[in-house]
Design a protein around this ligand. Sequence first.
Ligand code: ATP
Ligand code: MG
Length: 660
Amino acid sequence: MSEKASATLDNLMTENRKFAPSPEFAAQAVAKADKYEAAAADRLGYWADQARSTLTWDKDFTETLDFSDAPFAKWFVGGELNAAYNALDRHVERGIGDRVAIHFEGEPGDQQTITYAELTERVKQAANAFEGLGVKKGDRVAVYLPMIPEAVVTMLACARIGAIHSVVFGGFSAEALRSRIDDAEAKLVVTSDGTWRRGKASSLKDAVDASLEKPGHTVENVVVVQRTGQDIVWNEGLDRWWSDVVDVASKEHTAVPHDSEHPLFILYTSGTTGKPKGILHTTGGYLVQTAVTHRDTFDIHPESDVYWCTADIGWITGHSYVTYAPLVNGSTQLMYEGTPDTPGRDRWASLVEKYGVTVMYTAPTAIRTMMKWGRELVDAHDLSSIRVLGSVGEPINPEAWMWYRDVFGSNAGGGKRRENPAPIVDTWWQTETGAHMIAPLPGVTETKPGSAQVPVPGITVDVVDETGQSVGNGQGGLLVIRDPWPSMARTIWKDPERFKDTYWSRFDGMYFAGDGAKKDDDGDIWLLGRVDDVMNVSGHRLSTTEIESALVSHPAVAEAAVVGAADETTGEAVVAFVILRGEEAAKDTIVEELRAHVGKEIGPIAKPRTILVVPELPKTRSGKIVRRLLKDIAEGRTGGDASTLADQSVMQQITEALKK
Ligand code: ATP
Ligand code: MG
């Protein structure tokens, strides 16, 4: 990035609020500052210690890292372990089988309390059932399930027998499912009749049927969980009910050890920037880094915390921080099936209150949606149990961060506010990184609204210029990871060349993340959005994140997405799409007011040329704004690939609204 660009970015960051952990929180925190020192003194030694103290190995590893075939890494070489044993059996063996592993709440309000002992039994049954259907070590299993306990059971049963799961988000189309089944050559599909969404039974099995209609697939069996009881088409010879194969299977099953580098799963990236990549993760390193970061970033005390990650299992957060890490750590978690606005828009707050959730992990999109709905809905509940708040998926706008802290983190129940609000941890990572890479330690780091801040202990993140040189404090550039890390992707499934090209060819010996970032004067890292989304307006490089955050800091704006559209005079021009908060929607002066506001917050160069008020924004299943589709609109194109959108009708809604 040129000097001019850095200077521009320098002017952009005016956020300077800081919040130190309270002495009480710091005193009880599981991760202290000495973790950074230990990792800095001997990085590989640190990871080896973490691996041995966090997991149970059937066979100890002989080498921590083998990167001789870079960029293809091997971690904890020679070690053997079983992921399901680490998540389940060992807790039962050490006498905490009665601890609740999962509090499940369905959208209609049905509940299940599943202890570690019960979950272990269920996984053993599923492992026996899948083996009975001919699934062997190394075979691939496609999982197309909603957020119900069977999803976790299925994933862990695969891990137990060494089968590789490929979870496909339940909201994806039959075609998306089929292409993933084909890519992985899946032998088994596990699905459900449907799931409860907004009070209605919504089908999943239909999409599986449609996806398998065309011959030439590899699927031998489809196991169907009955969740809603809705009518489904039954394919004799292919379909079997979960209750007929799993519930009747033996509860005895011995977990065999797998190599540390045995493949654990394939998962496709969210598809925010284009065609999803089938990321492959393996066993040992993935489990180490997910478990360690879960414990340290969220300050997990397994005996007392009730942890809730709102992510769907269909994306990486649901894999790492729902299925694997919380169970490996022996903690208790809440799992919720449905939508946040059913039966009312306070469903999440009411769940926190009901289960006494202590650690909550969600995405900025959800926080902004709740801001739009209004704080009164949350204030009506007692959220005094909350100790730590996490964010993931997109840069969190400082105003959304402050709202999260005030509304979720300061609620002391009975309408009172807390003296020491819960710390917020903004976690930057990717499907490819497998686990947190940049995040504060809540008992150590002085947090800043909108910044993910510091690499987690044992990780070397940097911001570099176009030639790969580290930028100084106060400067912007490209986010890279300098050293291999335990939970790194091992390859792109069946496409090692694309793995090299996408991540390792931009700079020699460094992982290129594809995100822009800036180091502030303290050296803390601020994520600035995708490198591909950086705009060039009259020679000034502008970050989408910063302009969006400026827009969201205006009281009338609930959400904003900014893109650069081709412009004859300026090269690119800033075009903003905004969703207004309810009461403000009617004002005709709003567009001028917002342009002036951005000018004041950032500078005249960042003033959007066009501001379009829209009812919704196109988002992926994991809640990320898909800016390339908005860029199409801004440049007068239509028909871009919308297949990874969570809601297929959004583009239609936006075009309709803009016609008016
Ligand atoms: P694709 O790679 O297919 O375009 P994707 O990048 O959206 O999809 P994910 O792996 O789910 O797929 O998302 C990782 C990306 O999400 C990061 O590269 C970054 O852009 C963004 N991200 C995640 N967490 C944060 C965060 N805390 N702050 C800023 N950005 C984040
Ligand atoms: Mg990506």
